[in-house]
Design a protein around this ligand. Sequence first.
Ligand code: GTP
Ligand code: MG
Length: 195
Amino acid sequence: MEFAGAIGQPGQAPPASLGQVAIAGRSNVGKSSLVNAVVGRKRIARVSGTPGKTREINFYAIDDQFFLVDLPGYGFARAPDAVREAWKRLVEDYLSDNDRLHGLVLLLDARRGVQAADRQLLDYLGENGIPVLVVLTKIDKLNRSGQARAISEVRKSLDLPSDQVLATSARTGQGVETLRESLLALFEPEPEGEL
Ligand code: GTP
Ligand code: MG
């Protein structure tokens, strides 16, 4: 489990030819924190209170089996247009035509739910046939009833089956083991039909 490399410009190649799962979400949603929790290291991905900290696409090798890919966050309101454009080019270049990408984990802040920029990304993923796992972050900030409400609102809002929204906390570790299992499941070979 270790940092394997980064992409800072469109067109750069990933550090090795391993399968990948990307983690995406709004700036400050908790992507880097959750990567650290899944990888089981405190400070491998840089966490910060300042939105827009992660500007590159970072690759973390999990058990030499696959890459967990930390994408830079979107929806940072105060970002200059040039930065937003650069984000779009970098991330869309990465997502498009990437046959090593087994799926994308979309993170949503448990207190904010689905926002317009999240929907745009979901539409893009749907059009490009990229499987999505929806994960709520910072669930520790809500009490029990708040947690249940947040999960059911996201399910309804995205019209997802009941088992497809995971609630996690990088702070308490809630949901992290389940997430790890869901990530591994993305790499299980699909049952092949009769030939
Ligand atoms: P960018 O790289 O800027 O897009 O942000 P990010 O999505 O990688 O978020 P990051 O992991 O840097 O976390 C942003 C802030 O949220 C930090 O202050 C974290 O400490 C805090 N945070 C992240 N996860 C959790 C969580 O599960 N619970 C709580 N309470 N705070 C969290
Ligand atoms: Mg980050």
